[in-house]
Design a protein around this ligand. Structure first.
Ligand code: DC
Length: 671
């Protein structure tokens, strides 16, 4: 059964928990097994590939305890030389397990191991690793094609000295040898013949070896030295705790979702991704002009540059060699971009889960894209938007996934873009995502549901704290309607002053309010108040006369009562006009107008900052006086409402305040 991908009807607003990194989890597991002692891996990924690794290690005699609810794996091992002398090992289609376990088991001199895998793995490159291990004393028997899975290994240990390796087909071959090298009988130097691919993964291997107390380093020129390991478990008191960082490749899907569907995505804990080259995919998105990025603490916000529009590209050619696991994320999005993209440096992906270049080309052609395949590149020209929309309206396009989790996830993201129908992409064999992210579709479903929740956001604070610019920016990014209630008081003040009524003339105010008919129009994402059918010009409601009198009018219970229902009606007005939510700024929004608002923000700044901002605002606005009146009045004074988050903006840039506010809104949406 295929999985029909429902579109995100009205942009995307979601906070996403990323799974643990597959690459880091599987390296940590093999390193824990090799170094010995006890290790607890926190934040580990539970997926097909990591369960395969866990299974192989337990067959090799390690004790592996899986605590899925806690996302923790505990491994107890006697170290590389204590592996079981024989085992039947099955690696599925996990490249990491295939290469890392083979090299690790080779360390057990005299061991005899049978290896089998999924059929897809029979085609994936292993020869470079076998050649190196043969050179070091192991022997192999192949049951299918020579130098391919399935096979039997007669382990001979590693002698050490110079270990030559051809890792041109996969950097995992080099990583596998590097992790085994410290356990060689004599000091080893791994020497790369030719080039390898996806270099950041080699750096990841070296860094994680260091974290497990092993020392290997690059000497340059493709040479790596490995110092002999301490005896098993000696580097620690016998137990270690290791934190697995979130999966940066997984982040690419939800980052692309924000870019394509319009809106904002919060990638929780993305800032902890330090070892993974694929974290750079976000920078590529930003450079291409598809999204803006903002760090908020350890999280990352991805803000679409083109909310709701067809994604416009600033860059067209991309070398994905270092981040090739993410090339499918961009390729699958290509039909939705405004110009062709060319991705190069990806020849090795033809020998991954499937021939990824051929597979993605075939599926993109179904979407009407013009695709040109090179040996190590692909150029994709988007179809005419009208043609794509017609195709989408006709029936969902069935995307074949070739047992490749990344094809499934990448095309699912494209399918979230609203082209007018409820669903235009169907993913065949969706369960293949379990290789690295079993909960992918649940995460996508949650993001979709959260994006459809209407949010009411209250932003309060005194004058010159940056409420307006922050509220406007956040509204624009989220596709929410913005309402400046200060303008309401100003408009009413203007109308009354025009009729010759001042704030002290309470009975006249009361008499005339009934004559004022309030309406609203939308202008650039903001709802603006009309008075008796007319929009009062900004220059009129921000005049010196209004500035001097508005706080006086705003202190009157009659005026506040008159505006309260109008302001509350703005939530419906936003809904009716198709906005995903409402951000209303003022003084009493969180306390009186929307005391149940999903998010309440109170912006504040210290006196010096406010003074500087006041100076900038010019002399025409009597801010200090107004603030004092707003705070001290009896009805709905300016206060930090109960449950509001106070943000002191004194030492923050506007961008920082916007990012912080967006993250608070997204976090509340996901509750
Ligand atoms: O935000 P502003 O400076 O344009 O607001 C003008 C005046 O309106 C301000 O002195 C306080 C008042 N006001 C209010 O009392 N309650 C609101 N919700 C918004 C503004």
């Amino acid at each position: 059964m295929g999985k029909k991908i429902e579109v995100f009807r009205n942009g995307c607003r979601a906070a996403v928990d990323l799974p643990g990194s597959k690459s880091v989890t599987n390296r940590a597991m093999i390193l824990a097994a090799l170094t010995g002692g006890r290790a607890r891996l926190e934040g580990a990924l539970f997926s097909r590939d990591t369960l395969i690794m866990a299974d192989c290690l337990s067959k090799l005699g390690c004790r592996v305890d899986l605590h899925e609810g806690e996302r923790a794996v505990e491994i107890a091992s006697g170290g590389a030389r204590e592996f079981a002398p024989s085992a039947d090992l099955f690696v599925g289609n996990a490249g990491t397990a295939a290469r890392f376990v083979t090299a690790a088991a080779a360390l057990r001199a005299g061991g005899v191991y049978s290896f089998d895998s999924d059929k897809a793995m029979y085609l994936r490159p292993m020869k470079g690793l076998f050649d190196s291990l043969r050179g070091q004393g192991s022997r192999f028997e192949f049951f299918g094609k020579p130098d391919c899975f399935p096979f039997k290994m007669f382990a001979g240990g590693l002698r050490g000295g110079e270990i030559r390796v051809d890792a041109s087909a996969s950097s995992q071959i080099l990583s596998a040898l590097l992790m085994a090298a410290p356990f060689a009988a004599s000091p080893a130097e791994v020497r790369l013949e030719g080039e390898t691919v996806s270099l950041p993964f080699v750096a990841m291997t070296l860094a994680q070896m260091g974290q497990f107390g092993l020392c290997a380093r690059s000497l340059g020129g493709g040479r790596f030295s490995a110092e002999p390991a301490e005896p098993a478990g000696a580097a620690t008191d016998g137990s270690r705790s290791y934190s697995v960082e979130p999966d940066a490749t997984a982040a690419s899907y939800f980052a692309m979702l924000a870019a394509l569907a319009g809106g904002v995505v919060l990638l929780r804990r993305f800032g902890e991704c330090r070892l993974q080259g694929d974290a750079d995919f976000l920078r590529v998105l930003e450079e291409a002009g598809l999204a803006k990025l903002a760090r908020v603490g350890g999280d990352m916000l991805v803000i679409s540059s083109v909310p709701g529009g067809r994604a416009r590209m600033r860059r067209h050619e991309f070398d994905f060699n270092a981040i090739s696991d993410t090339f499918l994320t961009l390729a699958a999005a290509a039909p939705l971009l405004d110009s062709p993209v060319e991705i190069c440096g990806i020849a090795h992906t033809r020998a991954q889960e499937t021939d990824r270049i051929a597979a993605v080309s075939a599926e993109l052609s179904k979407l009407g894209a013009a695709v040109r395949e090179g040996e190590g590149s692909v150029r994709i020209a988007p179809p005419d938007p009208g043609e794509l929309a017609r195709m989408a309206a006709a029936a969902p396009v069935a995307i074949r996934t070739y047992e490749d989790h990344r094809i499934a996830m990448a095309f699912s993201i494209a399918g979230c873009v609203n082209l007018g129908s409820d669903c235009w992409i169907e993913i065949e064999n969706p369960e293949c995502v379990s290789k690295t992210w079993p909960d992918f579709f649940e995460a996508l479903g949650r993001a979709r549901a959260d994006s459809e929740k209407f949010a009411t956001v209250a932003v309060d604070g005194g004058a010159a704290v940056g409420k307006s610019s922050v509220s406007r920016e956040c509204s624009k990014a989220l596709g929410y309607m913005h309402v400046d209630t200060g303008a309401h008081y100003r408009t009413v003040a203007f109308g009354l002053l025009e009729r010759g009524i001042g704030p002290s003339d309470v009975s006249a105010v009361e008499g005339v309010l009934g004559e004022l008919k309030l309406g609203a129009v939308i202008e650039g994402g903001s709802a603006r108040m009309t008075l008796n059918g007319e929009l009062a010009d900004d220059s009129l409601i921000r005049s010196r006369r209004v500035n001097e009198n508005v706080a006086g009018f705003a202190a009157l219970a009659q005026v506040r009562g008159f505006l309260k229902n109008y302001q509350r009606s703005m939530a419906d007005f936003a809904r009716r006009n198709g906005f995903g939510g409402l951000i209303m700024e003022g003084r009493d929004i969180g306390s009186v107008i929307f005391p149940d608002a999903g998010v309440k923000i109170f912006l504040d700044a210290d006196e010096a900052t406010r003074a500087a901002r006041r100076a900038k605002e010019g002399i025409s606005d009597s801010i200090t006086k107004r603030d004092a009146m707003d705070r001290s009045r009896k009805t709905a004074p300016l206060v930090c409402a109960e449950g509001a988050v106070r943000i002191d903006t004194s030492h923050m840039t506007k961008e920082e305040v916007v990012a912080k506010t967006l993250s608070l809104i997204l976090e509340s949406q996901s509750r």
